[in-house]
Design a binder for this molecule. Sequence first.
Ligand code: ADP
Ligand code: MG
Length: 551
Amino acid sequence: MTAINVLAPEVADAIAAGEVIERPASVVKELVENALDADARRVSIDVRGAGRTSIRVSDDGAGIPADELPLAFVRHATSKVAALSDLDAITSLGFRGEALASIASVADVESTSNGARIHIRAGEVIEQGAGPLLPGVTVEVRDLFANVPARLKFLKSDATENAAIKDVVIAFALLHPHVRFQLTIDGRSAISSAGDGDRRRAFASVHGAPVAAEMLEIVGLPLVTGMVSQPRLSRGTRDGIVLAVNGRPITSRPLAYALEDCYQGRLERGRHPVAAIDIGIDPALVDVNVHPAKREVRFREEGTVFAALQRAVRTALGASEPAHYRAQQPVVGVAAFHAHETQATLGVAVLPLDEGSPSPSSAGVLRPIGQAGPGYLVAEGPQGLVLVDQHAAHERVLYNRFLERLRSGLGATQPLLMPQAVDVDASLIAAAADHRADLATLGLEYEEFGPRSLRITAVPVEMPAGRATAAVQETLAALSESRGDQAMHKAAAALACHSAVRFGDVLDPAEQRKLLSDLENAEESVTCPHGRPTRLVVEWQELTRHFRRNY
Ligand code: ADP
Ligand code: MG
């Protein structure tokens, strides 16, 4: 056994620094936080060599008094917290007084503010003196982790480290639209936000104008602000989701689930929204001191926070629009090159609407024109021609009706003249038994008929009797896959699917009219319960453009 030693300060410092500064992106995060805490309106970040060579952050905030500049780099030196009780209500992003000290202990740092300058390398002050008299603070961090080779070894590729830096700046740019962020990576502009307070414009600077045009503004009480994408825009990953509390980006799985839950039935499986959501909450109700890098927080009343987020997001999603058809702009060179693939180059894409202003609502009277192809309804609406997937549309209408029956407890049942026996797994019979009353409300009634068989005695009034067997099997399978409300929602979706007109069914004009008007009056009518679109709008404008009737 070796004797117990108190660690030398430089060793202790390097260990402590490791908790706060894991990678170049952590440096960027801490320095940006300091700038925001100082009420900066402009933050410039210049990165070279993936942050290993240098990271330079300058702001136009309140600055550090010249005589306090050395103090800012001392561990546990902070202007943001004084007494223990202050920790109960932190309103700044920083409060631990560790960031600058940590960075200075693992790099070569030069900082200037208010006419003072300091140069520190691996925790040692090398030089101190006069600097430029400019607003705000500038911190330049060079040779990060040069004195901590172990840490250097764990850094990922330049592309990955740069991407992590970009993600940090993206989150702050989306959450603080009134601050102008400029990120350059190896001399090239990576992000440049306007800082004019317009959140949609901030989205445009980060994700591009087409994405920004698809974002819906959210506002709620307690204060939930930000934007979420409408369902016709989605991504294959969760990378487009930014969540924050009081302007501080956080990672929280449960909160992300609460957000994605709002897209249930609006996005297909495996698709994720783009979002930036900030929850403004009384600082006394949230503990941010649970993670050294302040990435995680703990809520005093988690349920209330999640409910507020969901209420705000669901309200915003109420303004979702159906997809609009947009002919692909011919790309001359490409079109010529692929001349033999006429089909492909004439292909169409569903693209977002014009940039900027959200489109007028597509709600209005739909006049049926007829049925086209295997199962599309063609209708005329105020905005243009509307193509409807008759099955998806009917599914949505019936699903909403079934959910309403579950809510009100008032069912509508169609007893079968001849009860039908259905073979099902024993586990599914057990699942069904747990929800028997709800199933009856939906119209589905049965008797147990041996260990692996049910006798169906009634189905929802909307369901053709001949489909009872398949419907029951799928409904029970859906029930057994989830729990609680989710389970009944899935069951209702399965029943709706089996009760709806099929894609190939011929509908007479009266049926078409009824379905179109039911669809118009349905909530969340943009998608079927599985998240597939119910309709496509071909705007008059688009036809005008195509047929050159605009000259
Ligand atoms: P913390 O942010 O937790 O207080 P830091 O080590 O990040 O700790 O910063 C130490 C102190 O230096 C801050 O409390 C603040 O007073 C000052 N400071 C750091 N960066 C800036 C800045 N960009 N503008 C103004 N003051 C700053
Ligand atoms: Mg700080």
